[in-house]
Design a protein around this ligand. Structure first.
Ligand code: SF4
Ligand code: SF4
Length: 180
């Protein structure tokens, strides 16, 4: 919940969290020096592959807002990453009252797409979306439900790109954009 003294950027991010919750990205990058402290605070750290040093999303420390944001152990990427919408807010290209409905719309679109995805208990939204899209692409016969899913998924991806500047949904860890 936003406090009355929160900055517009903080109000926006507290109302959103999509870059923490696995809706936009699969993982976020960590510096080598942050691996141990991040693991100690409860992040799911990946460290085997030098191209992929980071932690997986959804982040377990998102509880309606970040629970370690003011801690010195909060990863640097969490303070430095800004999606397109947040940059526009910072630059005063968009006002907070105009930016907040963008988040609401993204969440509503995600909710609709979610109803088409098979298993909501395992994996991030992004992971399941990519898997289902790939399945649909391979399907030789598509009914109205499959076509509707594809249409809604494409609309969501376009929205991600237009509003958040997230322009790919490739399911490869090294292509996370949640980087400094
Ligand atoms: S996606 Fe953008 S607006 Fe949402 S929490 Fe992340 S930086 Fe903030
Ligand atoms: S540590 Fe906080 S800001 Fe970083 S991904 Fe997790 S919830 Fe988001």
């Amino acid at each position: 919940m936003a406090d009355s003294e929160d900055s517009p950027a903080t109000v926006l991010c507290k109302s959103c969290g999509l870059c923490c919750t696995g809706h936009l990205f699969l993982w976020a990058r960590l510096k080598s020096s942050e691996l141990n402290s991040s693991q100690a605070v409860g992040l799911h750290v990946i460290r085997d592959d030098p191209r992929q040093r980071g932690f997986t999303l959804p982040c377990p420390l998102w509880k309606g807002q970040c629970t370690i944001y003011s801690s010195p152990d909060c990863p640097r990427v969490c303070h430095s990453y800004k999606c397109k919408l947040l940059k526009e807010l910072d630059n005063e290209d968009i006002s907070l009252p105009d930016a907040l409905p963008v988040i609401q719309q993204a969440k509503a679109m995600i909710k609709e797409v979610e109803t088409f995805l098979p298993d909501s208990r395992n994996g991030s939204f992004r992971q399941r979306l990519v898997a289902h899209l790939e399945l649909m692409e391979k399907a030789t016969k598509k009914g109205s439900l499959e076509l509707e899913f594809q249409r809604k998924a494409e609309e969501l991806l376009k929205f991600y790109e237009d509003k958040f500047g997230v322009n790919d949904l490739v399911d490869k860890p090294e292509e996370s954009q949640f980087v400094e």
